[in-house]
Each structure stands twice: as structure tokens, then as C-alpha cells.
Design a protein around this ligand. Structure first.
Ligand code: ZN
Length: 100
């Protein structure tokens, strides 16, 4: 299951013409005016209203999942040095997959 905010974005209908993935920079695929879902989890995910969903075309790829994990860890760690190392890992990973 992908996490919103990491290559997956839920927005108000027609709020954006296009979005770029914040992980790999690819242009996101968009599904517009998806119908509202009901239920608590849907409400938490802001899916209880009509919405547009943007998702990175690379979202399901192994390297992209790894990149998302790295980005999350970088945001979480209190250590600047660790963050720097993980940032390098992330750049290597993207480069290996011909991103950037
Ligand atoms: Zn991406």
C-alpha cells in the first residue's frame, strides 16, 4: 500500500493540471473525479469527497519503494550524518534507475 505524499497525492478535483512525483520526478498519472468513499479510513485518507488521485508511474517498482523508504527515513532521523548518507544512497538508487 502506497503512502500519500510519497509518489501518491490526493487532491480536490481539478486542483492541479499535473503533478511531478516528489520521489523520482516523473510526471504522475492522474485519475480525475473519483467518487467519494465512505467509512472512517476513507475519511482519514481524505477519500470521503470526490477527488483527483495522482500517482507516480513508477510507484509499484521495487527501486521506487526503496526510494520512498529512504525518503521517509531521512525525514525521521535526528542525525544529520545519517540523513546525508541516506541522501547519497537515494541519489545512487535513482541514478542506477536512470533518474536525474
Ligand atoms: Zn516516482
Amino acid at each position: 500500500m502506497a503512502t500519500q505524499g510519497y509518489g501518491l497525492f490526493v487532491t480536490e478535483p481539478n486542483a492541479y493540471k499535473s503533478l511531478e512525483c516528489n520521489i523520482c520526478g516523473a510526471e504522475c498519472l492522474v485519475e480525475r473525479n473519483l467518487p467519494a468513499k465512505s467509512g472512517f479510513i476513507a475519511a482519514m485518507a481524505r477519500m470521503d469527497k470526490p477527488r483527483d488521485e495522482f500517482s507516480c508511474p513508477n510507484l509499484e517498482k521495487e527501486w521506487h519503494k526503496q526510494a520512498v523508504q529512504l525518503v521517509m527515513e531521512i525525514e525521521k532521523t535526528p542525525s544529520k550524518r545519517l540523513a546525508q548518507l541516506m541522501q547519497q544512497d537515494l541519489e545512487d538508487l535513482l541514478q542506477e534507475n536512470n533518474i536525474h
